[in-house]
Design a protein. Structure first.
Length: 199
């Protein structure tokens, strides 16, 4: 399973295909997630906090997948299963259109054609999201293992999005932990996104 940028979320109907502003492909956040994952997986000693460094090396798509495989050796199998489930979801959508009693045959045909034209696009978006969520869960595992209490990142939209996703994953499930995501200024008066864990 490859990762690559697909594009924004798409809405499909018998009226056409529409791209949603503000519903970006998770591919745009995956790089930051992987960089945080690799950076926090270290021996902390007494200091249980991590500050994101903007000079962190950018990784290629293949390098990002290789990093993920270090944390999940069976990742390829998981990805195939989850992307197959999403492909079935699209097939179910096609069947629902076929079974629709309100639309005429031309409207059904147009809608089904639109769904099929966008199938690979939507599957790629789903693959990117699956990788992203696996990355976030691996960050959670490292945070728990190392008992990390704080993760700081620049206050930019993509970093904030990744920390928000991590916050949600940390606060769900039986092993949930309370968190607080704040915007604060550092010693240089730069705005920082700070995720406090276990507060």
């Amino acid at each position: 399973m490859n990762i690559k940028y697909a594009g924004p979320r798409v809405t499909i109907s018998h009226h056409g295909i529409e791209f949603k502003d503000g519903k970006e492909d998770k591919y745009l956040y995956l790089m930051i997630g992987i960089q945080i994952l690799t950076a926090i997986d270290k021996d902390y000693g007494e200091n249980k906090s991590y500050s994101y460094d903007l000079s962190t090396k950018r990784l290629t798509d293949d390098e990002m997948i290789e990093v993920m495989k270090k944390y999940e050796p069976n990742l390829n199998l998981e990805m195939e299963m989850e992307s197959d489930e999403y492909s079935e979801h699209i097939s179910d959508e096609v069947q629902r259109v076929k079974d629709n009693n309100i639309l005429n045959s031309i409207e059904k045909q147009v809608w089904i054609s639109n769904l099929e034209v966008m199938r690979e696009y939507r599957i790629q978006r789903a693959i990117n999201k699956i990788y992203y969520m696996h990355c976030i869960k691996n960050i959670k595992n490292v945070v728990k293992r190392e008992n990390i209490k704080e993760i700081d990142a620049p206050f930019y939209e993509k970093y904030w999005h990744v920390l928000q996703t991590l916050q949600g994953v940390l606060e769900e499930g039986r092993d949930s932990v309370k968190t607080s995501l704040r915007v604060e200024s550092d010693e240089d008066k730069q705005m920082m996104a700070k995720l406090y864990i276990g507060v």
